[in-house]
Design a binder for this molecule. Sequence first.
Ligand code: TMP
Length: 244
Amino acid sequence: MTLQIDATRGLRIPAPHPPRRGAFLSFEGGEAAGKSTQIAMLREHLVSERHVAEDLVLTTREPGGTALGAQIRDLLLHGEHVEARAEALLYAADRAHHIATVVRPHLARGGLVLADRYLDSSIAYQGAGRALDPEEIGSLSLWAADGLLPHRTILLDVPTEALDDRRDPAGKDRLEQAGREFHAAVRQEFLDLAAAEPDRFAVIDGTLPREEVHAQVLASVGEVLALFDPTFEPAPPARHRDEA
Ligand code: TMP
């Protein structure tokens, strides 16, 4: 028997759309751009100064926001060489599982998600850095995440040389070891993505003092924060670790 593949009936790429409930913010930028610091500062501001319930704010990351994702992260960042297409598929697999089991359930209850990296990282790193086709990588991620887009994406932009100075040369992971040209292409792709979607992106100069960056983050997320639901109910005890 021969395998018949009908090329007109391939992958269905869902139209990109923000969630119907809850609020979804992603943070992007190079390694050491200050994403996790800014996410922690935003969370602290919401909980301490605006008295938002802690359960309402989910901080998470890609890769590695689930137990399966933590294993994928280890393979990607601390393992052997991974071919570019395999790398793209592993990031997409991490994303598919993370979005379905962690992010969507939290949004569906009306919560706020603060994500340290999302699909723009794949487009920049695998699409531009690894020289695969950025549009194909974007489609792959949209398929993996069933079309989910953040309401707002904060891009912390830092020049490649400055990022290099911030990283510890001894502790660089597999992606951080990629050369300066790779990281320059990644930075440029992030800026191009932001220019193409000015309503979704806010670009902030990540070389500014962190309090100044924080003030700009607050200014750029104001209307999105109004979207989460103050009557939010925390999740019932999770059956699997991944569903927390
Ligand atoms: P981190 O250093 O921000 O934790 O991110 C982990 C690394 O994975 C970082 O070098 C960027 C890279 N990455 C990709 O190449 N593609 C992706 O889709 C994501 C989410 C991260």
